[in-house]
Design a protein around this ligand. Sequence first.
Ligand code: NI
Length: 197
Amino acid sequence: MRQQLPDRDLTLVVLRERGPVLELIVSVLSAIERFGVDGADRRLLVDHEIDEIASTPTKLRAAVKDLNDAQLDTPYRDGGWTVRQVVHHVADSHMNAYIRLRLALTEDKPTIKPYDESRWANLADAKLPVGVSQTLLECVHARWDAVWRAMKSEEFSRALIHPEHGVRNVDWLLFLYEWHGKHHTAHITELRKQRGW
Ligand code: NI
């Protein structure tokens, strides 16, 4: 039987949820085109995505390197989160994602718990030094990565239920969080380019 495609409707889901995210479409479509989606080819695509997720803490650390407090407290766009909030948000998000994967692998169609990301970004701990979340992210990713790499191919189609979006699968988590780390790292690197930092 043909394996399930890497969630093609992911693109539409993300467009609905996050606005126009061309980099994601290009990334998913080019990856599918490059690797195909079946058997050993599919494994190459999956490994590529796992490698990309694994590189997130290092890339995020590089993105904020040598920024001072005033720079860290600068919004990446008008009305947007500060660089500091972005770093803490990536840790918030990937902690939740790691738990979601563990639930999907150990329970039958678990319902995952959404959280209010903008209110989380305004709690007191979002004012801590970014190093706290960088270290946290490195530790979460070390464990998350060990789980991803040990997964059997059939486990990528295990279901989870998002209360607002319905049934999703582990592939969806993989592609979503590969995009998510890059998306927020780019907010910081683009700001640094604009400001000449
Ligand atoms: Ni986010």
